[in-house]
Design a protein around this ligand. Structure first.
Ligand code: 4NP
Length: 153
């Protein structure tokens, strides 16, 4: 079965699009077939492209995410995806609150996938400067590598 992996942050314009891009790149690099997407718990940026700083960070890492568009997470996502990763504890709490009782997706905090980083958030770079996006990229890339390694077993 092809893993279907959804990454969820607040706005779906900074952290989760980068997580989606890093995960797709990592899966492609090892030849693992996956389906992936990202979404936000909030609806502020529905149909909007990623933050220009996120587009620039992905581009620095050789990936074009300019065509991504924001969307809000839906109850169907809990059935359509096999794994849902929350970028921080607030997003995880909100996902747990809206999760249908019979939802089938495995829900967890993203950095729980990374040895030594269990329980840590991917901090929101939205209100900071450009450098924050490089930190985000490093964190979501580490998680992407760990998730792909786990799925490939
Ligand atoms: P994200 O960052 O959750 O990583 O996409 C944010 C983007 C927008 C807002 C907050 C966080 N906002 O309040 O508009």
């Amino acid at each position: 079965m092809v893993p279907r992996v959804l990454f969820v942050c607040l706005g779906n314009i900074c952290r989760s699009p980068l997580a989606e891009a890093a995960f797709r790149a990592e899966a492609d690099a090892v030849g693992l077939a996956v389906e992936t997407d990202s979404a936000g718990t909030a609806a502020y940026h529905v149909n909007r492209p990623p933050d220009p700083r996120a587009i620039a960070e992905a581009a620095r890492n050789g990936i074009d995410i300019a065509h991504y568009r924001g969307r809000q997470v839906t109850r169907e996502d809990f059935f359509a995806f096999t794994h849902i990763y929350a970028l921080d504890a607030d997003n995880l709490a909100n996902l747990r609150r809206i999760r249908p009782a019979d939802g089938t997706a495995q829900l967890s905090l993203l950095l729980d996938a990374v040895p030594g980083r269990k329980g840590e958030p991917v901090a929101d770079p939205y209100y900071g400067d450009e450098a924050g996006f490089a930190v985000t990229w490093a964190e979501v890339s580490a998680a992407a590598r760990a998730i792909v390694a786990g799925l490939g077993k």
